[in-house]
Design a protein around this ligand. Structure first.
Ligand SMILES: [Zn+2]
Ligand SMILES: [Zn+2]
Ligand SMILES: [Zn+2]
Length: 302
């Protein structure tokens, strides 16, 4: 019995020694961090513990492939933009991210070098041929005023999504040539962006077919002193915010050429042709009114 006990104690001693020896043969692991693709790993013995984290994928976008937010690994290709076609107001635009490419379509007025040379409330000379003697010219004066934007009135009906823009044009001739031979002129209304299409306008890539133009002649007469006055109010119904309606006052040469050559204003316009673009919006009008008021008070003081 005594012997057995001693042996047993001895075995414990050996076991303890073995355990201690084994502990000395091992080392303190030097763990690296767990990454997306590798588990925690000892840099000395390459022993691993646990599992890799796996990538934390962020979905692919128009310009970037599927990407791991932790390690920036990528998979696959970017989706690419979903580009709309360019229109007169906007360049080609991605419907997903809003990125744009290129420029808006070029307006015909820019393309053909037509200049909107008349400004609101600023009188300008209008040189044109005489009516019954085309060797002669007469110089009149034209001014556009009373510009207004409205939804409807008694004679101009409201259409959903459209507004009316109106402006008055006063044209006077007071020289001898006009009195003796009359003057040649014509007027029309065109689109700044597309000079050939008159039945509709394209605004922000959408066709608007219920556009309408109209003119009221308010005065058209020679007075006793030989001065001719024509006052006309021009109306244009176009999409809300649309800035492309242009009033054309054609001098005689322009008018004849326009009528003879397929209504092509780019071909017909001369240096004397007057273009008034109805591009002022409500905000512009507010500031214009303020300016006019200031000018008026200045005039009164003089
Ligand atoms: Zn190790
Ligand atoms: Zn990753
Ligand atoms: Zn995009």
């Amino acid at each position: 019995m005594k012997t057995f006990t001693r042996k047993w104690l001895c075995n414990i001693g050996v076991l303890t020694l073995c355990t201690m020896l084994a502990g000395c043969g091992k080392h303190e692991h030097t763990w690296t961090e767990t990454t997306c693709t590798t588990p925690k790993t000892c840099s000395e013995c390459e022993e691993t513990e646990g599992e890799p984290l796996g990538h934390s994928w962020v979905d692919a976008t128009c310009t970037a492939p599927k990407t791991c937010s932790r390690c920036s690994a990528t998979e696959g290709e970017p989706l690419g933009h979903q580009l709309s076609e360019a229109n007169y107001q906007q360049p080609a635009t991605c419907s997903v991210c809003g990125a744009t490419e290129g420029e808006p379509l070029q307006a015909d007025f820019d393309k053909y070098g037509l200049v909107c040379n008349a400004e609101l409330n600023v009188p300008r000379a209008f040189v044109t041929e005489c009516y019954s003697n085309k060797e002669c010219t007469t110089t009149g004066e034209v001014v556009f005023y009373d510009y207004e934007i409205f939804e409807s009135d008694e004679t101009h009906e409201a259409v959903d999504g459209y507004e009316w823009r109106a402006v008055t044009c006063k044209m006077t001739f007071d020289d001898k040539n006009a009195w003796d031979y009359g003057f040649a002129s014509g007027d029309t209304m065109l689109d700044y962006y597309d000079i050939f299409t008159r039945s509709s306008v394209n605004y922000n890539g959408q066709e608007f077919a219920e556009t309408y133009v109209d003119k009221d002649v308010l005065c058209d007469e020679w007075d006793n002193s030989g001065v001719y006055t024509e006052i006309s109010r021009f109306y244009s119904r176009a999409p809300i915010g649309y800035d492309g309606t242009v009033i054309v006052l054609a001098d005689g040469k322009c008018r004849d050429s326009y009528n003879e050559n397929g209504n092509n204003i780019a071909e017909a316009a001369t240096e004397n042709t007057i273009f008034f673009r109805m591009d002022l919006d409500a905000d512009d009008l507010d500031s214009t009114e303020e300016t006019v008021t200031q000018d008026d008070s200045a005039d009164t003081e003089e």
